[in-house]
Design a protein around this ligand. Structure first.
Ligand code: UDP
Length: 454
């Protein structure tokens, strides 16, 4: 009797939009290379199974209360999830392995490995106890993932409070001291021990997959990471380039964005979005509104429901100002971002520099205005403005004059043209990496071989 050759990979994403998208993209890539896919996921922020009929989805309880699902404290959320998901995840995975074992020879599908987010800290010892190889997926830029493990030490050794300075942080380049203050201010010692656990469990893993990085964006850090972690490392490039389209969106995208962009001139629109988690104060919200309006450029602005403190959606803006805004642009609750960035009318992206958004912008050659809020966003923004020089940095000043000025510099002035040219070159370089024989494409081949070898 023929034995089934198909191998199954188990994926377990963290339930955040910026983690679900790359994991589902990886699932599509591995499926196209012949693997069967099972996604274990929490009830909270469950991916839409109906959008991916070729995958098997298994939901586990996450123990979060209604109030906990609304928290904006990501560290707290991750701590709670790691605490409450361990036991249901163990039960689910054990059952899957038992079922796989008990199948008849002809139906038998070997489970090759578990791939889960670096932020799950209980999966490594459990997978090890089952003799199941575990690969870690990192949704961070390689340099951030590698260097952020130094933060607990910096916190212990530095004389706080730090001076607000432009000087570089030697252990964490190209971060500046003023960025470090913002990272250390916002993060707590709870996070330090969480980072230590991530480091330990990653070092014990069977490899690390960087889904949105490639040699072209991160060569030096990749070399260093290979020495630090001593496990195989794969940088498979902007994963959305292999299968475009955000079919793993947790929110419903406003479908009127693209028809509206069709009515705008080439490279004239500033796209504004701060991702799926960041929240802002009412004052910052008003400053952005006025900055955009005063720039007199058309805009597409994503304001997530609940993203402005103390309000539901747009109430903080007086109605007559909304009327004035609507004459020049469009405000929506969620957009199909990858499609928006691809549109010929988009001329710039005012962004929080989440790593996915940053890479999506690079892939479409859209220069950025950087307004990072927390964590890796501060490092990503430094790469954009200081290293690749493909964007302007607001330096934390969310003020109407600064925003108006930055939009005009980027969209209307010669400085903007130079930035756009550099961005075009970066776009081409990164684009080549996912083409046949490009660095990311080859790394993907090595990943497939690695998984097949288990
Ligand atoms: N996104 C989207 N529509 C929006 C805003 C964001 O589809 O209106 C997507 C975006 O394309 C990206 C993800 O949500 O893939 C956000 O991830 P990122 O790492 O940029 O930021 P995070 O949400 O994790 O802070």
């Amino acid at each position: 009797m023929e034995k089934s050759n198909v191998r199954r990979v188990i994926l377990f994403p963290l339930p955040l939009q910026g983690c679900i998208n790359p994991m589902i993209q990886l699932a599509k890539i591995l499926h196209s290379r012949g693997f069967s896919i099972t996604v274990i996921h929490t009830r909270f922020n469950a991916p839409k199974a109906s959008s991916h009929p070729l995958f098997t989805f298994l939901q586990i309880p996450d123990g979060l209360s209604e109030a906990e699902t609304r928290t904006h404290d990501v560290t707290l959320l991750l701590t709670l999830l790691n605490r409450s998901c361990e036991s249901p995840f163990r039960d689910c995975l054990t059952k899957l392995l038992q079922i796989a074992d008990s199948e008849t020879e002809e139906k038998k599908q070997r489970i090759s490995c578990l791939i889960d987010d670096s932020g799950w800290i209980f999966t490594q010892p459990f997978a090890q106890s089952l003799n199941l190889p575990r690969l870690v997926l990192s949704t961070y830029k390689v340099s951030f993932f590698r260097d952020h493990f130094v933060l607990p030490q910096i916190r212990r050794e530095m004389n706080l409070p730090l001076q607000e300075q432009d000087d570089p942080v030697e252990e964490f380049l190209p971060l500046r001291k003023k960025d470090l203050i913002r990272i250390l201010d916002a993060e707590t010692e709870v996070l330090d021990s969480y980072s230590d656990m991530i480091l330990e469990t990653t070092k014990a893993s069977s490899g690390i997959i960087f889904v949105s990085s490639c040699e072209e964006l991160d060569q030096e850090s990749l070399n260093q990471a290979r020495q630090d972690f001593k496990v195989p490392i794969f940088a498979i490039g902007p994963s959305h380039s292999y299968f475009p389209g955000s079919s793993s969106s947790l929110f419903t995208p406003d479908e009127t964005c693209i028809p509206w962009l069709d009515t705008q001139e080439d490279k004239s629109v500033i796209y504004v979005s701060f991702g799926s988690v960041a929240t802002i104060s009412k004052q910052e919200f008003l400053e952005i509104a006025w900055g955009i309006r005063n720039s007199d450029q058309p805009f597409l602005w994503v304001v997530r429901v609940g993203s402005v403190h103390g309000t539901k959606w747009l109430e903080a803006i007086p109605e007559e100002t909304i009327d004035r805004l609507n004459k020049k642009g469009k405000i929506v609750k969620w957009a199909a971002q990858q499609d928006v960035l691809k549109h010929r009318a988009i001329g710039g992206f005012l962004t929080h520099n989440g790593w996915n958004s940053t890479v999506e912008s690079v892939c479409e050659g859209v220069p950025m205005i950087c307004s990072p809020f927390v964590w890796d966003q501060l490092l990503n923004a430094r790469f954009v403005s200081d290293v690749w020089m493909v964007g302007l940095h607001l330096e934390g000043r969310i003020e109407r004059n600064e925003i108006e000025r930055a939009i005009k510099r980027l969209l209307l002035e010669t400085e903007g043209e130079a930035i756009r040219k550099r961005m075009e070159l970066l776009k081409e370089k990164v684009g080549r990496s996912v083409k046949q024989n490009g660095s990311a494409y080859r790394s993907l081949g090595h990943l497939v071989d690695h998984i097949s070898s288990f």
